[in-house]
Design a protein around this ligand. Structure first.
Ligand SMILES: [Zn+2]
Length: 443
């Protein structure tokens, strides 16, 4: 954690294993999605995350969440033991992403008793049901996230499934020296069986606040019986701004419905509650007002955004201004933690700048998340000076203005030619990145 004088005390990178590509020029990478198959080698998986962890340790990022952490194909338990060692060595928290009713459970893919898929395949009567009464399985036909792996869902009303989730978490922390876990109940629609419909008081769409209130206390108990110090992050898929329409059920990243606070009051104590910032920052669809603070209680809060990922915008988009906004507005709305994606190699110069801004904004060195200060202190030495750092930002933004892009590409090439080593590499990368968007726009 950062010093107490820093408004932002905890920073967490969020990743899927299949899209984490810190080793360059390897086959089998994905550039987006969740629940994909893993296409890289076990050796590359270890090196991808070892590099990411080392970077975090060197730059003040506190932890990394890994979805798909346990898969047979990238070394299963052996790889996780080794990554735990690397994380401890560099004083970084390695967190497993663990779906409780979805996302594969604790053992994401493989021949393990702690695979949720295996559990449900052995007990199909415990699967969640869709609105039509059929087993709720999403796969290649999913409307907005075509996945290569079908995803099975567990009915949270079934005691057997709750016990399975708790036993899985106990095993996870008995087996691995992890720093913590991010738990989710699932945002890919909920169970519509009779038990669930009778249990829930409130309407649902893609996820259920009541399912969270049901599952997260159990998850916390399970983890803490084994490891009292583990960091627990509990996902809400929501923003804390009160919903203006109490009859509307918000979707992913939407507002806090009227029943949210009562459900959140049931969350376990001393966790970090995770929220979604995407559409609530400058230029976003919604307005984050002074009312948009998390409900009071014995919990911390972390604000996460999908910046620079294909979930919401061009891959490797320069997001330093919005990262500064994320840190500043989170700090002024009751948050002391922030999270962004950490999947891309900092060879991609925009990703490198995004990561450095993430580490700097809200820190003791930059408590007001001042972008100009970041550019002067951290970006300027990497780009040839304060003026060139600002010129870099201007050229990076030309991906949205293809008619002007060629001028920017030409200028970036000129600057690269006058620079040496890593500074030249960053300008060369920028020239090619903007050129790739101009090329696409012309096709
Ligand atoms: Zn159910």
């Amino acid at each position: 954690m950062s010093p107490s004088s820093a408004p932002i005390k905890t920073r967490i990178f969020w990743t899927w294993d299949h899209s984490t590509t810190w080793v360059l020029n390897q086959p089998g990478e994905h550039n987006c999605g969740c629940s994909n198959e893993y296409g890289r080698s076990a050796e590359t998986f270890l090196e991808d995350y070892s590099r990411l962890v080392r970077w975090c340790g060197a730059h003040g990022v506190d932890g990394v969440v890994v979805w798909g952490l346990l898969r047979d194909i990238h070394g299963g338990a052996d790889s996780v033991h080794r990554l735990c060692e690397v994380a401890r060595e560099h004083d970084v928290l390695l967190l497993a992403g663990a779906g409780l009713n979805a996302y594969g459970g604790v053992y994401y893919a493989g021949d393990s008793p702690w695979s949720l898929d295996r559990h449900l395949q052995a007990h199909p009567e415990l699967m969640a049901l869709n609105a039509e009464g059929d087993p709720h399985i999403i796969g290649a036909t999913h409307p907005y996230l075509p996945t290569e792996r079908p995803m099975l869902h567990a009915c949270p009303s079934r005691e057997e499934n709750r016990e399975f989730a708790m036993e899985s978490l106990r095993w996870l922390f008995e087996t691995f020296d992890l720093g913590g876990v991010q738990v989710e109940t699932g945002d890919s629609r909920v169970c519509h069986c009779t038990r669930c419909r009778e249990r829930r008081q409130y309407p649902v769409k893609h996820f259920s606040w009541e399912d969270m209130a049901l599952m997260y206390p159990l998850a916390a108990d399970a983890v803490r019986t084994v490891n009292r110090d583990a960091l627990l992050i509990t996902e809400t898929y929501s923003h804390p701004e009160p919903s203006p329409d109490p009859n509307k059920v918000p979707g992913f990243g939407g507002a806090l419905p009227p029943w949210g606070p009562a459900c959140l009051a049931e969350f376990p104590e001393n966790v970090i509650v995770e929220w979604v910032a995407d559409d609530w920052l400058a230029g976003g669809k919604y307005t984050w007002t002074r009312e948009g603070v998390p409900p009071a209680g014995p919990r911390r809060h972390i604000m996460r955004a999908h910046f620079a990922s294909l979930f919401m915008e061009p891959l490797d988009n320069l997001a330093i201004d919005r990262i500064a906004d994320l840190a500043a507005r989170s700090a002024s709305h009751g948050f002391d933690a922030i999270s962004i994606f950490g999947e891309r190699s900092p060879f991609n110069a925009n990703a490198e700048l995004n990561y450095l801004a993430f580490a700097d904004c809200g820190s003791a060195a930059n408590p007001s998340s001042d972008l100009s200060s970041f550019l002067d202190r951290l970006a300027a030495p990497l780009l040839g000076g304060p003026a060139l750092a600002r010129e870099y930002v201007g050229i990076a933004r030309l991906i949205d203005r293809p008619m002007e892009a060629e001028t920017g590409v030409h200028r970036a090439r000129q600057i690269a030619a006058t620079m040496e080593s890593a500074v030249a590499r960053r300008w060369t990368w920028l020239a090619n990145y903007v050129a790739s968007h101009a090329y696409e726009a012309a096709e």
